[in-house]
Design a protein around this ligand. Structure first.
Ligand code: ADP
Ligand code: MG
Ligand code: MG
Length: 887
């Protein structure tokens, strides 16, 4: 027969901490605390299986449940010398929900269950404190009516506030026994009036009402939404805990409180918490009265003149300190505790591993490892990699005043202050003058890259979390607020209109990319603190990880930053970004718009020295670490002159008429550039472009090698290959250039050539492609676009709808679609290795910085992940956790 009910109490329990699936988190930990001999009021847990049975059987209870509950109530009675429903030996209980994971949205706890008009008198007599008895009864009516019978608690608060106003009281504790009795009469009348039936007087009816309410709350709308957002399966079900009451509201020697064994916001190893004298349950968190500090130390730090628990109740405090130490050692983690003191005696009501800030998590993990409480690997495994983001950017001082003028999406974390500019050119100008700019645009485009680089932060009024602005900003580690729809950019007048106010170029604003707020003026910031704890965790992570971590970088500034964040090379250097700057863009446009190969070569000759010096600088910064350089990739139209002014400038440089230029521009027009003339297709049409780039790379490698005395082994990556012959064609050109440069310089050059796998066809033909490719780098941004047939730039408008309607769970551009795109990656990796066992495999899409995707990369056995500089610490940690998990 199935066991539906597990008892605990008096130093023994039928369950254990490991039984969370069956008993829920709260029930399992109550059982564990009992087994440890801690003072826990006795009780029992109805299992999650009973909840599942309830739903599988049309909201009915298993046959034996009633008898099991009776027996368990008897067990509590034996341990307490009381009996449920018996006014002579009154036993009151609390009914508490408890799923595996703590879940807001579930039923609130009901306290003091078992009270009625008769038993309340017994409680008054028994305790010798009628005020306490009536206070407990009115709390019970309030909670039960709200939680079980669905009567809004506000109706009761109104009654109570009225009474207090009439009596001239401020605090609930001022009401006398008789005054509470009067309130109770009003409460009961209200229940009857609103619900058409009296408040239930039968304790058993009350109990089953509460048990049923816990089970039903598993399927209420709040709980369903919460489960969906947090990936909690419906099949888990919730447990119900029924527990003998202890009373924190029995006068001045009683209290209730919550505490953490270490400070959850700083991580400091010091008991931290709050309590209230003569109070019950959630009074501490409800904010009705201001709670007091538990320790003297915290009281002094807070500058409070209210006595601490340490001072007021020294004995209970001493036991609490002992117990909290014991629990932390036992669970080997910071604990979040709930307790009640009844007439000087301490009772433990809950323990669980506590939530904490990223900063606190690092400090605790490092200190616990130093204390020997956990191993270094456990310390590494405990940190949520995504949370590190909070620590890598400047943030707004929490104490600063915020004058919010608009809200958008928190597209890239961190905060930035600067003068409003509406164009990338202005952003660069300002930067040139040593001033700070916030680039404000409706949307950004690839042409804005230089402006985004120059700006402190980016604000757009359109576009989602994966819009161009958002993706590029995250890549650069720049704060960005995207899609701030309530703001309006008026390009005609050069203004930003926000909440009726008009802002102009030069006006100062601040954006908070962590919450999407746009603020007026400058706001006080806190610098990111890469403290010793952070460094220690990174070092421990590096010691266990298998995969290498590289960065996506093309500017010297990014490359340097990446090295300081631990990059072990460059996984993706996008050469096109190097062509947008100043004089280069003109030469680039000349090259693109040239009619003949000869003209093209002339323009390319101008670009060669610029490229060479770019690469040289990157090789020097990377000092012998691998550098993967991708040949020109985007459709050429992205470089074309748009304004009349630009056309005139290029026409003059090329010595042709503006009209002729316009014609050539039109000829380059494409209907679907994303799938158009780009990637290796450019190198096939215009091999001279690839040749120039290869020459720049090799000459730079030779020079860097000469200067440093170290061998530089560049990795040349051919983008968008789908057909092996494409790669063979381009590779032949690269090899030819290598031979010439070797002949010219007399230096032997070592290099790898490989391809990006970003088309499904490339994945399918990976075994054949690997005959020519010495490495694969999975370009999962484009591979996701081409596998789904979804354009990333247009996806934000419907992907969110898809998520809401449950068609997809996550944005596949943020976290790799493991079952679809991931399957292609897995297949290509296997096929590639089958042909060339030592083929180097890496990933360079945005996914290279996403923890879940990094786990997948470890599973498939990639050699490295590559991500933007600011995500490197996250990638290092996630790669370490993936390695630990894979053992
Ligand atoms: P939550 O999951 O929302 O924290 P709990 O079930 O822990 O809800 O109950 C909230 C509070 O109610 C507890 O922190 C405790 O103060 C009080 N409480 C619960 N059960 C009892 C009990 N048996 N005796 C006294 N107080 C209790
Ligand atoms: Mg609790
Ligand atoms: Mg691509």
């Amino acid at each position: 027969m199935t066991k539906w009910v597990y008892t605990f109490g008096d130093g023994a329990a039928e369950g254990r901490a490991g039984d969370k699936n069956l008993l829920g988190g709260k029930g399992a930990n109550l059982a564990e605390m009992c087994s440890l001999g801690l003072p826990v009021p006795p009780g029992f847990t109805i299992t999650t299986e009973a909840c599942n049975w309830y739903y599988a059987n049309g909201n009915a209870y298993p046959d034996s449940l009633a008898a099991d509950v009776d027996a368990a109530l008897g067990h509590i009675g034996n341990l307490t010398g009381r009996s449920f429903g018996d006014p002579e030996k009154l036993l009151l209980v609390s009914v508490r929900s408890g799923a595996r994971a703590s879940m807001p949205g579930m039923m609130d706890t009901v306290l003091n269950l078992g009270l009625n008009d008769e038993t309340v008198e017994a409680l008054a007599k028994d305790s010798g404190d009628p005020r306490f008895a009536y206070d407990s009864y009115r709390r019970f009516i309030q909670m039960y009516s709200d939680v079980v019978m669905g009567l809004d608690h506000e109706v009761f608060e109104e009654i109570l506030e009225d009474r207090k106003a009439t009596l001239g009281y401020e605090l609930d504790t001022e009401l006398s026994a008789a005054e509470w009795q009067a309130v109770i009469a009003l409460y009961k009348a209200k229940v009857e009036e609103e619900l058409g039936k009296p408040f239930p007087q039968d304790p058993r009816e009350q109990l089953w009402g509460a048990i049923g309410a816990v089970f039903s709350s598993w399927m209420n709308a709040r709980a369903i939404t919460y489960r969906r957002l947090h990936d909690i399966p419906e099949a888990w079900g919730t447990a119900v805990n029924v527990q003998a009451m202890v009373f924190g509201n029995m006068g001045d020697t009683s209290a209730t409180g919550v505490a953490f064994t270490r400070n959850p916001s700083t991580g400091e190893k010091a008991l931290y918490g709050e309590f209230l004298v003569n109070a019950q349950g959630e009074d501490v968190v409800a904010g009705i009265r201001t709670p007091k500090n538990i320790t003297e130390k915290a009281r002094i730090a807070a500058g409070s003149d209210k006595p601490s628990m340490q001072k007021l109740m020294p004995d209970a405090f001493a036991s609490f300190v002992t117990i909290s130490d014991k629990l932390e050692k036992h669970y080997r983690d910071m604990q979040d505790l709930e307790f009640t003191i009844e007439r000087g005696k301490l009772w433990m009501l809950q323990t669980r591993s506590g939530k904490r800030t990223a900063k606190a998590a690092l400090k605790m993990a490092v200190e616990m490892a130093a204390e020997g409480l956990i191993t270094k690997e456990e310390a590494v495994a405990r940190i949520d990699p995504a949370s590190l983001d909070q620590l890598l950017h400047p943030t707004i001082d929490p104490k600063a005043e915020r004058n919010v003028i608009g809200i958008g999406l928190p597209a890239s974390p961190g905060a930035a202050t600067g003068e409003i500019v509406f164009s990338s050119e202005d952003a660069e100008d300002l930067k040139g003058q040593g001033r700070k700019a916030i680039l404000v645009r409706v949307e950004t485009s690839p042409e804005d890259i230089h402006g985004m680089h120059a700006a402190e932060g980016i604000l757009t009024t359109r576009g989602g979390m994966t819009s161009h602005a958002a993706v590029v900003a995250r890549g650069m580690g720049k704060p960005c607020v995207s899609g701030a729809g309530s703001l309006r950019v008026d390009h005609r007048t050069g203004t930003l209109i926000a909440m009726g106010a008009t802002f102009r170029k030069g006006d100062v604003i601040t954006i908070d990319g962590s919450n999407g707020q746009v603020l007026k003026g400058a706001v006080q910031m806190l610098r990111p603190e890469l403290s010793g704890d952070f460094a220690a965790i990174m070092e421990w992570a590096d010691a266990v990880r298998r995969m290498k971590v590289r960065t996506n970088a093309e500017t010297p500034a990014d490359a340097r930053m990446a090295r300081s964040f631990g990059a072990e090379g460059i996984g993706l250097c996008r050469t096109e970004h190097m062509f947008f700057d100043g004089a280069r863009i003109v030469a680039m446009r000349e090259m693109i718009l040239a009619d003949t190969e000869a003209d093209r070569r002339m323009a390319l000759d101008k670009l060669l020295p610029m490229q060479r010096s770019d690469f040289l600088e990157l090789f020097e910064i990377m000092a012998g670490l691998p550098v993967t350089i991708r040949l020109l990739d985007p459709p050429l139209h992205e470089f074309l002159p748009k304004t009349e002014e630009e056309i005139a400038e290029v026409a003059a440089a090329m010595n042709v008429s503006a009209d002729k230029l316009r014609q050539r521009t039109e000829a380059l027009h494409e209907f679907n550039p994303m799938l158009g003339h780009r990637g290796c297709r450019l190198a096939v049409s215009y091999p001279e472009i690839a040749e120039m780039q290869a020459r720049a790379i090799f000459e730079a490698a030779v020079e860097a090698g000469r200067k440093s005395g170290k061998l530089v082994v560049p990795e040349i990556m051919v983008p968008l290959v789908g057909i092996v012959k494409e790669l063979e064609f381009v590779k032949a050109r690269i090899d030819a250039v290598a031979s010439s440069v070797m002949k010219e310089t007399g230096v032997t050059i070592e290099y790898l050539s490989g391809t990006m796998i970003e088309l499904p066809r490339a994945a399918i033909r990976a075994n054949v492609i690997a005959e020519s490719a010495e490495f694969f780098s999975f370009g999962t941004n484009d591979l996701t676009q081409t596998t789904f047939g979804i354009s990333r730039d247009d996806a934000s408008s419907f992907l969110e709808v898809y998520r809401q309607k449950g068609i997809i769970e996550q944005d596949p551009f943020v976290s790799l679609d493991i079952e679809g795109v991931g399957e292609l990656v897995r297949m290509a990796a296997e096929k590639g290795r089958a042909t060339r066992p030592d083929i180097k495999l890496g990933i360079c899409g945005e996914h290279g910085g996403d923890p879940a995707s990094i786990h997948f990369c470890e599973e498939v056995g990639l050699d490295y992940v590559s991500c933007s500089p600011y995500r490197l610490p996250i990638a290092r940690l996630a790669a370490a956790q993936a390695a630990i998990k894979g053992r």
